[in-house]
Design a protein around this ligand. Structure first.
Ligand code: PXL
Length: 278
C-alpha cells in the first residue's frame, strides 16, 4: 500500500458530516497520513435548514502555520483543497503548493461552492473566480455541474445532453486543470454518475440515482477519490471507487428521515477499505 502524506485545507463544520470531519476519517481509512489546515470553523455547515451558524475565518492563521512547517522542513505528497473560508485562501493554497509540495506532488481541488444552480450561503462570484484560478494549477478538479458553471460562466441547466457536458468539460480544462471529474451527471431519470476526463478521453461511470437530496456527498466523493487515487489507482478506477462509496454512504442513510444534514459514510468505510484491497 502507498502511504502518502496529504495536506487537506478545508473547513471544520463542527456538526454536519462534511469537509474535514469527512476528509480525515476517509483518508485515514484509505491508509494515508492526513495533515490539515482548517480554513474556518463553523458550528454547522451552511446548507439545508441550519440557520444562525457561527463562522470563524482562519485565513490569517495560514501564513504562520506554513512558515512553521517550512522551518521544520515539512513537505507533502499531495495538497487537497476543499471549501475555503475566504478568497484570499486560494492564493495561500497556491503558495503552499509552491513551497510545501514535494517534487511530483499532486494537487487536487474540490471547488466546493454550490449546488442546484446556486452558491452556498456567504460565497460570491469573486470567490468562484478565485477558486477557478486555483483550479488552473491542479492535477485533478472535482466540480459538480453547478460549480462548473459558476467557475466557467456557462449557463446552469437541469435538462441537458452529452453536448452540454462536453462543453462544460472543455471549459473546465481551459481553466488549466490536467484532469476533471464532473459529478452529478445524469442523462436519464433513474441514474446519475460521474464523468472523468483525462488526456482527451472522457468516461461516464453511471450508478443508481437516489431521489433524495443529501448534503456533504461531494466531500465524501472527493475524499474517497483522493484516497484511492493516491493509493495508485488509475483516475477512472479511483473515480469509480469513490462513486461506489458515495452511493453506499447514501444507502446507509436512506432509512433515516431525520438524518438530513449529511450521510452516514462511517458505515460504508469497511466497503471502501475492501475495494482498495482488490
Ligand atoms: O459540503 C460542502 C460544504 C463544506 N463546508 C461548508 C458548507 C458546505 C455546504 O453547504 O456549508 C461550510
Amino acid at each position: 500500500m502507498a502511504y502518502k502524506r496529504i495536506l487537506t485545507v478545508q473547513d471544520v463544520s463542527c456538526l454536519g458530516q462534511c469537509s474535514l470531519t469527512v476528509a480525515l476519517p476517509v483518508l485515514s481509512a484509505c491508509g494515508h497520513e492526513t495533515c490539515i489546515i482548517p480554513s474556518a470553523v463553523l458550528s454547522t455547515h451552511t446548507g439545508g435548514s441550519f440557520s444562525g451558524y457561527t463562522f470563524r475565518d482562519l485565513t490569517e492563521d495560514i501564513p504562520a502555520i506554513c512558515r512553521h512547517w517550512q522551518s521544520q522542513g515539512v513537505s507533502f505528497d499531495a495538497v487537497y483543497a476543499g471549501y475555503l473560508g475566504s478568497r484570499k485562501q486560494a492564493a495561500y493554497v497556491r503558495q503552499i503548493c509552491e513551497t510545501l509540495l514535494r517534487p511530483g506532488g499532486k494537487i487536487v481541488v474540490d471547488p466546493a461552492m454550490g449546488d442546484n444552480g446556486v452558491l452556498y450561503a456567504g460565497l460570491d462570484g469573486a470567490y468562484a473566480a478565485a477558486i477557478a484560478g486555483l483550479c488552473a494549477g491542479a492535477d485533478v478538479i472535482l466540480p459538480n455541474i453547478t460549480e462548473a458553471c459558476l467557475m466557467t460562466g456557462l449557463p446552469y441547466r437541469e435538462d441537458y445532453g452529452e453536448d452540454y457536458i462536453q462543453d462544460l468539460l472543455s471549459a473546465l480544462l481551459d481553466l488549466g486543470a490536467r484532469s476533471v471529474i464532473l459529478t452529478g451527471v445524469s442523462y436519464e431519470p433513474g441514474s446519475t454518475g460521474v464523468v472523468a476526463c483525462k488526456e482527451g478521453e472522457s468516461r461516464l461511470y453511471r450508478h443508481p440515482r437516489i431521489p433524495r437530496m443529501f448534503h456533504g456527498t461531494g466531500d465524501v466523493y472527493a475524499s474517497a477519490f483522493v484516497g484511492a487515487w493516491l493509493q495508485g489507482r488509475e483516475l477512472f478506477e479511483a473515480a469509480k471507487i469513490a462513486a461506489d462509496f458515495t452511493v453506499a454512504s447514501i444507502g446507509q442513510t436512506l432509512d433515516d428521515e431525520e438524518h438530513w444534514y449529511g450521510v452516514k459514510f462511517e458505515l460504508a468505510l469497511p466497503g471502501l477499505i475492501e475495494a482498495l484491497k482488490e
